[in-house]
Design a protein around this ligand. Structure first.
Ligand SMILES: C[S@@+](CC[C@H](N)C(=O)[O-])C[C@H]1O[C@@H](n2cnc3c(N)ncnc32)[C@H](O)[C@@H]1O
Length: 295
């Protein structure tokens, strides 16, 4: 192992545990794919099949961008500008390191996506909203803004609960009481509200079922053009989007503080819980030790 690989391993050590496990140009991996981390490459292949091979001149917004894997792919595909938004300082440090390894320039914003989307009037050619929706207390609000910010395509990935079934056929109106059963059908769009924790994670708030994702997208003014996986959807602004929707701008918007009693309050910059970060760091150190030993 040469000295630059040693240096990169030291830097990886100092950055702790990674959620996105991918290979750096020097051949080192950020992790071994073990949960709660994952390999994002298959998800990338699903969405990459629905975008031009050359993103030359295009702008990209990566909401909840984590360690930057998808932003880096968009830049490597030629995107002119990429903005990554994530409130967790540890993940942004990783994204800075990963971007430098791939020698790509990404604008990093340490901010909650609610606040970011409600305080910018920028629009982007491509918007990534991957693995974020269920982490939001106000998912419809961010989705509506993200739709409005999208010029060409938006890519949405979300955890989903329940079976992969379509709902009863959509009706223009549901009669109170007499048709409530239709709303309770497992295929009717629904989101489960998580008051406490889901999968031990206090940042999970709403879990959609199979039909809720396209319904939410349609009601945000998007047309769903592909669903390459139950969890992954591709959308674009519907034909009449500009006439039907748009922005309402208030000079003095007040946003509620919210949280789950674990000490964190959102929105604002966040730090991963110290105990959890230590535990995850110990796992990462084990993986790193194996990498040092060439295993
Ligand atoms: C499940 S990970 C998905 C990461 C990445 N987009 C992907 O698909 O691999 C969720 C990411 O969203 C970030 N996140 C959580 N709450 C957020 C919020 N309110 N605004 C923006 N990002 C948030 C987390 O820090 C984390 O990086």
């Amino acid at each position: 192992m040469n000295s630059s690989t040693h240096n990169a391993l030291d830097q990886l050590d100092s950055l702790g545990w990674w959620y996105q496990h991918f290979q750096l140009p020097n051949g080192l991996w950020t992790g071994d794919g073990v949960e709660p981390g994952y390999y994002p490459q298959p998800r990338w292949e699903m969405i990459a099949a629905h975008m031009p091979a050359d993103l030359g001149g295009k702008s990209v917004l990566d909401l909840g961008g984590n360690a930057g894997y998808f932003s880096i792919q968009m830049k490597l595909r030629g995107a002119a500008r990429c903005v990554l938004v994530d409130p967790y300082v540890q993940f942004l440090e990783q994204a800075k390191f990963a971007a430098s390894q791939f020698q790509v320039d990404i604008e990093m914003i340490c901010e909650d996506s609610h606040v970011y989307c409600l305080t910018t009037q920028e629009r982007f050619d491509y918007v990534l909203l991957l693995g974020l929706l269920y982490h939001l207390k106000y998912p419809g609000l961010v989705l509506d803004r993200a739709a409005e910010m999208t010029r060409e395509r938006i890519y949405i990935a979300s955890a989903v609960i329940g079976p992969e079934v379509e709902g009863p056929a959509k009706k223009a109106n549901y009669e109170r009481y007499t048709e409530d059963d239709l709303l309770l059908d497992p295929g009717f769009p629904k989101m489960a509200f998580i008051e406490t924790l889901y999968n031990g994670d206090p940042t999970n708030w709403w879990l959609p079922n199979h039909s809720a994702l396209p319904a939410l997208m349609r009601s945000a003014g998007l047309r769903v053009i592909a669903r390459p996986h139950q969890h992954v959807l591709v959308g674009e602004p519907a034909e009449n989007f500009d006439q039907q929707f748009g922005t309402a701008i208030y000079g003095n918007l007040v946003f509620p503080r919210y949280g789950k009693g674990d000490g964190t309050t959102h929105p604002g910059a966040q730090s991963v819980d110290a105990g959890l970060w230590k535990d995850l760091g110990a796992r990462a150190a084990e993986f790193r030790k194996r990498q040092r030993e060439g295993k």
